[in-house]
Design a protein around this ligand. Sequence first.
Ligand SMILES: [Fe+2]
Ligand SMILES: [Fe+2]
Length: 182
Amino acid sequence: MSARKKRPAMPGTTEDVAAMIRVDHAGEYGAVRIYKGQLAVLGNRKSPIVDAIRHMAEEEQKHLTAFDKLIVERQVRPTALEPVWRVAGFALGAVTALMGEKAAMACTAAVEDVIDEHYGEQITKLDGDPALKHDIEQFRADEIAHKNEALAQGAEDAPGYKLLSESIKAGCRLAIKLSERI
Ligand SMILES: [Fe+2]
Ligand SMILES: [Fe+2]
């Protein structure tokens, strides 16, 4: 067998679905790294925002664990960009946290806005894969709750909110495009 031959996807896992699992796995990993970066800066503080970050980080870890399993069960090749997301996610978290707690929340609101849209699009394509659709619906509900919590905690009061938010969203959209393929 040629080493270059594509790994067979599990029956029922089309290339499209494999790409979805690959990008979602990468995204949840990136989310975990963002919160690690934020907690590296803010973890010693006691505040409602830091409590919120801790709670969000726990939920991202659950999402990641679920996609870790799916990657194995469905025999999906994980993204080759993991080392990039490892560093970029942590850096995004740390830098926004250094800008202040509200900027950390602005980061969450921006990321989750893109993920909400992204998961929403996937859900419309997953009628043929009810198990995965169900998981993604649940995760999407968590991400929307994160976004709403971040907004409630004053994300929009962060200095330079608009530019910060738009830059982070553009970065997330690029990361999604890349992780679907690479
Ligand atoms: Fe997540
Ligand atoms: Fe999230």
